[in-house]
Structure formats: structure tokens, C-alpha cells
Design a protein around this ligand. Structure first.
Ligand code: OXD
Ligand code: MN
Length: 593
């Protein structure tokens, strides 16, 4: 029995408008998950995989394969509060458009009511939500990605304090009408709308990933970043990792990289340097607050990985390959003849025959990809063999190091350290990455401050000020900030740095900086390591490549400064003065006047 009158009233209002055939309150049990999966198998939308226990393949509609940034809205009362980087529509206007779309949109379908918690239930930092959806696929994914069901309802009690997350695929069924395998609306009719002033999310027309699993990007980043600024904490697009030195000292690292820069791989790094170990705490989102000792503590609000499959292999991420042994939902991967999944770069040899992500025969002679480039797996974090025992610590873990970075084939060296927290914020604000196939055009430079461009729930100028303010509050207990670039290429197109497990050598240098064990060299862009202070034992890299990786190309940086100036101009008068000062100092260090 549900007693929360706020929840009951809201569910009733939603049902009146959307007119579902019936309402199902999710209890969050394993039986519920299996029953829903069984139904989807019977309907033909889920394909059981013979080769992986309790694992299923789904194929989405070709128009519904990724987050849709153009159709994502931050609807604040004042346009300026959403800032220049978010799409904005006035709340009244957006709601009236969407009410029309929502009217009767669940006819012929079941409406699922799914209470969930972002963060451990016993954590003072957990926040609750309730997702109402007409997609059983979404329910099963949210089961894996968050804490769900009766235990959340109990913890919520009679409180009004939950984020209302409304989702519909937007395809009602008339009596007797057969459903399609992946109901959704065309792209221009999709809406992923946020009303942060009301703790409200309205999503319509998509069943895929971040558009539909509303606890993730919509709540834990966009709505939570808005809450966090008001309440004095941070919701960031960061992986969380614990490194353990040979002496047993633990270091906690949080790293922000734009999408498709290897966050999940770094979260599961296996150090190649002797004696060092790593444990995974999370691969996508970190909620961070200042603890009683004045340090910055971070926790992962999720309980699963919703990761990009293509590129994941025994070579690039063996820990993830082990994690995926079973109990996994795969979406838009290819199907092998013996009943397993496959995706590009999963194995060194191509299979002779597959069914591709659109259900068509595929052979190596086919000119198209077998898996969609944004094909995904959904799997519980508890299956990760490198999981940290503190992954669900209700207080989080104290952060020593913040890493920023992106994918840049030129200009940005392998690693450097910020001069100060403020300089680190400047580096975060200027973060950039060359776009990859998942974001459309390949090779364009996109500035993506703190990797939050698509996820910041308010004016980014205010967001930068919030970062600076957190730094002031943290004072000398603030984490050290570093910038990395694993993606440098030589003029003839070779990767200069091997990456993956070898990145542990760079992480070790950071830990030594934290311990004041090594000196750094002051350069115009930040503090750098000498070659001698990097542990490169056992690595076979030509010394000219190493010098190139650590070179500050001042002339390229002067061009970079021009681009940073253009980037800064868009934030108007909410842009913190401190960052202009940082830019001025960089110009001076580069001899620009
Ligand atoms: C993601 C993303 O899906 O950042 O995690 O795009
Ligand atoms: Mn992400």
C-alpha cells in the first residue's frame, strides 16, 4: 500500500491526462524484473542471448539511437537563468505544448510507477525520484541503474521531496492494435524537458538512454546541478576511482572528460606499474560535498553502468568485459550466429556472419557497421571485479585529485597541473575535445566546460562562479587539479601515447605531486613534469615522442588563447572576473600583450 499523498495525487493526475490501460506500482524485486523481461521476450522486443546468462538484446528504432541535445530543454521562468548554452522555452508554453502531446498518450499501455533513489538509501546525500513511464524496457534499465522499489517508498515516507520524472514513448495503442518493436516519435517531436524550479522532468517521444532513464542525465546531472548550486554541493559528469600505492596509501580521483574520451576505461584502469592497484567507484556521475573535516567528498549516485559497447574489448577494458558476463541488457549491438552479442573492435577478427543492429544479415563484406556506434550495455556495478568496497559508502570518499581532459591530437600536452584551484577552474572552463562519430562530425573542436555542456541545469556563468566558490570554501583542503590528454598524434598520424593501463604512470606522478615528492616545472600553461620524474620503466617509446608529449607548443597555445577568448565572450555579464584574470595571466605567460 502506498500512503504518500503527494505521490498518490500526482499519479492520479498523470493517469487522468494520459489514460493508460492500467497502472502498475513497481516493487523493485528481481521477480518483477524477470516478469517484465519475459513479457518483452514473448512480444519479440527482447532477444535472449544463448551465450550470456540472463542477458537480452534490444534493437531500437533507427531514429532513436542517442541523446538528442537539440530536443533537450531547460525551462526556467527567466530565460537568462538557463544561460546561453541551453535550449530554452518558457515553462507555460512548453507545458501547454507537452500537455497536448501527453493527452491520451498511454492509451492501451501499462503505466509503470517506479520509485528510485540516486545515492545509497542510508546516505544524507541521497535524493529520491519517481519515474512514471510506459516503457517496460525503461523500467528494467532503471532497475539496474538505480536503487528502486518498496525500499525507496519506505525511505521517502510521507515526504513531498522527490523529483517527478515523467516519461512516455508517445505512441498510444488503439484496441487490438499491434505494438511495434520500439515505439517512439520522430526526432522533431521528441522533448526532453526540465523544470528545475519545480524538480520536474517531462520526457516524450524517445525510449533511448539518457532521454528515457530519467535518473541519469536528467536528474543526477541537470536537476541535481541546479539543486547543488542552491544547497552548496556539486553534481558533476565525473568518474570516480581509487588508486592504491605499493605502500597501501589510498588516493581518490574524480575525472571529467567529455563523452567518448574514455571515462569508462579510466574508471576501470588496471595499472601497469608494479605494486599499484586501482578500484572503480563509478564511471559517469559524481555528487560532491564538503565533509565535516573540510575536504571534498564524492559519491556515485548510480548503481550500474550504461556504457558504450563499440571499442570495448579485452585489450581496451578487460574489467568491463568481465563485468558483462551475464545479467546484462544490450541495446543496438549485433547478434552472432551462436547467440551472443558483437560490436566493432570487440574481437581482433571479424565474425563471418552477424545479424546487425537493425536486424539485417551482415558479413565483413558489408560496408556498414554491425553495431550502432552508440550501442550500449546496461549492467550492475556490483558485477565489476575491480569494484571498490567503498562504492556505496553513504558519506562518499575524500577526493585528492581532480582530472580534466579531452581528446586533442595537437597542442595540449600529455599532462600538466594547475597552479591553483582557480587556475584549475579556468582549465575546466576551457576544456575542449575533438568530436568523434558519436557526436556527428569528426575532428571539430568543441569546448565542453567540465564536460558539462549538455548537462548543466542553469547558466554556465553561474556554474563557473559556483566552482570558484567551492574552491574558496575548501581553501587549502581543495583537491589538486590536473589536465590530461591521452590522444596526441604525431604529424604522420601515429598515436604518441599508448594510453589505457599505461595511464597509471601519469596518475602516479599526480599522487607524488600530492605528497610533495616531486618538483614540477613552471611553464606558461601550468606545472609540468620532467621526463625523469615520470615512471616509464618497461615502456618502449622513442624519446623524441616523449619530448613531444611534454612540449608546450607556445605558438599553438597563442592560437588556442584566441579561441578561448571567443568561448568566454558567450557567457556575458554572469562570467566571473577571476576567469578573465586567469586568461590575462596566461596571455602574459605566453608573451601576448
Ligand atoms: C553518456 C554521455 O552517455 O555522456 O554517458 O553521453
Ligand atoms: Mn556521460
Amino acid at each position: 500500500m502506498v500512503h504518500n499523498r503527494y505521490l498518490l495525487q500526482w499519479v492520479q493526475e498523470v493517469a487522468e491526462l494520459r489514460q493508460p490501460e492500467n497502472i502498475y506500482w513497481c516493487n523493485g524485486s528481481k521477480e518483477e524484473y524477470h516478469a517484465l523481461m519475459r513479457q518483452m521476450v514473448e512480444k519479440g522486443t527482447a532477444i535472449p542471448l544463448k551465450k550470456r546468462p540472463n542477458s537480452f538484446l534490444f534493437r531500437s528504432h533507427p531514429s532513436d539511437v542517442a541523446r538528442v541535445e537539440d530536443r533537450t530543454f531547460m525551462s526556467t521562468v527567466s530565460r537568462d537563468d538557463a544561460g546561453p548554452t541551453n535550449n530554452w522555452i518558457a515553462p507555460n508554453e512548453l507545458k501547454s505544448t507537452m500537455v497536448n502531446l501527453y493527452r491520451g498518450c498511454m492509451r492501451g499501455r501499462t503505466m509503470y510507477v517506479l520509485p528510485f533513489s540516486m545515492g545509497p538509501l542510508n546516505s544524507p546525500f541521497a535524493r529520491f525520484g519517481v519515474e512514471i513511464t510506459d516503457s517496460p524496457y525503461v523500467v528494467c534499465n532503471v532497475h539496474i541503474m538505480t536503487r528502486v522499489g518498496n525500499k525507496v517508498l519506505n525511505a521517502l515516507g510521507s515526504s513531498e521531496n522527490f523529483v517527478r520524472c515523467l516519461h512516455s514513448v508517445g505512441v498510444p495503442l488503439s484496441p487490438g492494435q499491434k505494438d511495434t518493436a520500439w515505439p517512439c516519435r520522430p526526432v522533431e517531436q521528441k522533448y526532453i524537458s526540465h523544470f528545475p524550479e519545480e524538480n520536474l522532468i517531462w520526457s516524450y517521444g524517445s525510449g533511448y538512454g539518457g532521454n528515457a532513464l530519467l535518473g541519469k542525465k536528467c536528474f543526477a546531472l541537470r536537476i541535481a546541478s541546479f539543486m547543488a548550486r542552491k544547497e552548496g554541493w556539486m553534481a558533476e559528469h565525473m568518474l570516480l576511482l581509487r588508486l592504491i600505492s605499493p605502500e597501501g596509501r589510498c588516493y581518490h580521483l574524480a575525472a571529467a572528460f567529455p563523452s567518448a574520451c574514455g571515462k569508462t576505461n579510466l574508471a576501470m584502469i588496471q595499472p601497469t606499474i608494479p605494486g599499484w592497484k586501482a578500484e572503480c567507484l563509478g564511471d559517469d556521475i559524481a555528487w560532491m560535498h564538503i565533509g565535516p573535516d573540510g575536504r571534498l567528498y564524492a559519491l556515485n549516485p548510480e548503481t550500474g553502468f550504461f556504457g558504450v559497447a563499440p571499442g570495448t574489448s579485452w585489450k581496451t577494458n578487460p574489467v568491463m568485459m568481465q563485468t558483462l558476463w551475464g545479467n546484462t541488457i544490450f541495446t543496438n549491438c549485433a547478434l552472432t550466429d551462436d547467440g551472443d552479442v558483437w560490436w566493432e573492435e570487440m574481437t581482433p577478427e571479424l565474425p563471418e556472419h552477424l545479424i546487425d543492429w537493425q536486424g539485417q544479415d551482415w558479413t565483413p563484406a558489408s560496408s556498414r557497421k554491425a553495431a550502432h556506434p552508440n550501442a550500449r550495455f546496461t549492467v550492475s556495478i556490483t558485477q565489476c571485479p575491480a569494484l571498490s568496497p567503498d562504492w556505496d559508502n553513504p558519506e562518499g570518499v575524500p577526493i585528492d585529485i581532480i582530472i580534466l581532459g579531452g581528446r586533442r591530437t595537437t597542442t595540449i600536452p600529455l599532462v600538466f597541473e594547475a597552479y591553483s584551484f582557480e587556475h584549475g577552474v579556468f582549465l575546466g572552463v576551457t576544456q575542449s575535445s575533438e568530436t568523434t562519430a558519436t557526436l556527428g562530425q569528426v575532428g571539430n573542436l568543441r569546448r565542453d566546460p567540465f564536460a558539462m555542456l549538455p548537462f548543466c541545469g542553469y547558466h554556465m556563468g553561474d556554474y563557473f562562479a559556483h566552482w570558484l566558490n567551492m574552491g574558496t570554501r575548501l581553501g587549502n583542503k581543495a583537491p589538486r587539479i590536473f589536465y590530461v590528454n591521452w590522444f596526441r598524434k604525431s604529424p604522420d598520424g601515429r598515436w604518441l601515447w599508448p594510453g589505457y593501463g599505461e595511464n597509471s604512470r601519469i596518475l602516479k606522478w599526480m599522487c607524488e605531486r600530492v605528497e610533495n615528492k616531486v618538483e614540477a616545472i613552471a611553464t606558461p600553461i601550468g606545472l609540468m613534469t620532467s621526463l625523469e620524474d615520470l615512471d616509464l620503466r618497461g615502456l618502449d617509446i622513442p624519446s623524441q615522442d616523449l619530448r613531444e608529449l611534454l612540449r608546450v607548443d607556445e605558438s599553438a597555445w597563442r592560437t588556442e588563447v584566441k579561441d578561448i577568448e571567443r568561448h568566454f565572450a558567450q557567457f556575458g555579464d554572469r562570467f566571473p572576473e577571476e576567469l578573465r584574470k586567469q586568461l590575462k595571466e596566461l596571455r602574459e605567460r605566453l608573451g601576448m600583450h
